[in-house]
Each structure stands twice: as C-alpha cells, then as structure tokens.
Write a protein that binds this ligand. Structure first.
Ligand SMILES: NC(=O)c1ccc[n+]([C@@H]2O[C@H](COP(=O)([O-])OP(=O)(O)OC[C@H]3O[C@@H](n4cnc5c(N)ncnc54)[C@H](OP(=O)(O)O)[C@@H]3O)[C@@H](O)[C@H]2O)c1
Length: 248
C-alpha cells in the first residue's frame, strides 16, 4: 500500500506502507486519536465495496475483507479504548476478542492505556451470541426500562451495563468509564444513530476494489442528516482504498 495524504495534505511522493511492523507503526501515527479535553472521540470504521455494499452474498462483511483492509483494521483496533457495535453486527459477524496488531500492543497506544479494547454492544433485547465474553470486558448499552432483562439475557454484570436513552448517553457512559477513544464498527443503523446525533468525529471507510450488486444497506442508515467532512488521510493498496474523513 501507499500513503498519499496525511493530516489533510497531499504528500509530495507516495510513501510505501509495508505490510509489517514498520508499516503498522507508520499507520498508527497517521491514525493516532486526538482526544478532546473532555468526553470522547468517536471514529467510525467499516468496509464497503465500490458499489456501496457493506456485505457480500453471504450476508456478512467477511467476504469483502482483503489483506489491505485487514492490515488497517488491525492497526486501528490497537488505537482504540473500546469497539462499539450494534447487536445485529455481533450476531452476524465474529466479535470474539477484538484486539488489534500484537506488535502495537506494548506499549499500549490506546489513550486509556489498556492492553486490549473493551467491547460495547448496543442492544435492547440483550440477545448476544454465546461466544461473547463478559470479562473481555464487554459492556451492554441498553435503554432504561429494558435494562434488567437485557442484562440478564446477555449475562453481563450490572457494573458493565450502560443505561442510555440515546446515543449521547451511550457515548457519555463509555467516556465516564475511561473509554474515551471509541471505534464504532457498525452496523449501518448504529452509525446512523451516532451520525444523526452529531457524535461522529471521523469516518474511516475502506473501499474494497470489488462490486457485488444486490440490495445491501449503505454504510450509514437511518434519520437524514447533513454533515461536511474533510479528507484527512488516504491509503491506496492493490485491494482497497482507505480514506479517513474528519468533521469540518
Ligand atoms: N461492512 C462492514 O464493515 C460491516 C460492519 C458491521 C456490520 N456490518 C453488517 O451490518 C449488518 C448489521 O447492521 P444493522 O445496521 O442491521 O444492525 P446493528 O447496527 O449492528 O445492530 C442493530 C441492533 O442495535 C440494537 N439497537 C437499535 N436501537 C437501539 C437503541 N436505541 N438502544 C439500544 N440498542 C439498540 C438492536 O439490538 P437488539 O435487536 O438486540 O435489541 C438492533 O437490532 C450485518 O449484516 C453486518 O454483517 C458490516
């Protein structure tokens, strides 16, 4: 892969991003999270095809994955305090032990300094697959009124239940637990809730160099919103083009 843009500026010459520890360190610097003085920073990260699909024919994003995309994804997971996802994503994709590249874990590059990111799952029902480990730690974000039942179903201890009546309360609940660098990995409806509440600071999308047709959702879905973004960095590989947009 090559880095073409960084911090909003086009590089005089494309910089090689090697598929090794050195390339990972370079991207970790490019994508380092700048936390605000208080509260959280929320980065969205998902992959999509050139024709805008977020899942392949098997109904998961697994078939869209490729070496370029996986490399960047693994770097970004090493920079975040918590991976935030909607429950449908957890029921569809493999969310056991999200971690990040081993060679970026020591010393930790997460703003909170933990060795691994927490997992936070947005769910009303608490219906999670048995592969989810409460001790990872895993947080359940759920609306008031349904919290007790949802927590019971999910098997998440009370201290790890964040009762939130909307996206702002969800983000605040994570920040209050020291999880201030948030990576929202989907799905489209979870990103849509964050976007329409004005809570997304960054959109990082990996565009896989394929088209799949079908009737897949767009990458962000839900209430209409109007937001403007600036292209902050651009990485181009054989298999994917990976862009980071920041809020203007
Ligand atoms: N291409 C990619 O990078 C990528 C990444 C992630 C996901 N995906 C794909 O996206 C699809 C899933 O996305 P999605 O948008 O349908 O679902 P989602 O955002 O992953 O999850 C939706 C779930 O969020 C919960 N929820 C909704 N509103 C809530 C609220 N106000 N409070 C608490 N919880 C709430 C509900 O869970 P309960 O039903 O448990 O109540 C709902 O079913 C899958 O096909 C997955 O493969 C693709």
């Amino acid at each position: 892969m090559h880095l073409l843009m960084r911090e909003g500026a086009v590089l005089p010459a494309p910089l090689p991003v090697t598929a090794d520890a050195e390339g990972a360190r370079l991207l970790a610097d490019v994508y380092a999270v700048q936390l605000p003085p208080s509260g959280a920073h929320v980065r969205a990260m998902m992959n999509t095809t050139i024709d805008g699909a977020i899942v392949g024919a098997d109904g998961t994003s697994g078939t869209l994955r490729n070496p370029d995309d996986s490399f960047v994804f693994d770097v970004l997971r090493a920079l975040t305090d918590v991976v935030l996802v909607g429950a449908e994503t957890v029921r569809t994709e493999d969310y056991r032990r999200p971690l990040g590249r081993a060679d970026l874990l020591t010393p930790s590059r997460r703003p909170g300094g933990a060795q691994r990111p927490a997992l936070a799952i947005w769910s009303r029902t608490g219906e999670l697959p048995p592969t989810i480990e409460p001790d990872w730690p895993t947080y359940l974000i759920t609306p008031p009124g349904e919290a007790r039942l949802a927590a019971e179903r999910a098997g998440v201890p009370e201290a790890q239940v964040i009762i939130a009546d909307g996206p702002a309360a969800a983000v605040r609940g994570l920040a209050e637990r020291g999880l201030r660098a948030i990576q929202a990995e989907g799905g489209p409806s979870a990103l849509g809730r964050l976007a329409s509440a004005g809570l997304l600071d960054e959109l990082c999308f990996s565009t896989t160099h394929r088209s799949v047709g079908g009737d897949s959702s767009r990458v962000v879905r839900g209430e209409a919103h109007e937001l403007s973004w600036s292209l902050a960095s651009l990485v181009v590989g054989q298999h994917a083009t990976i862009a980071r947009h920041v809020r203007r």
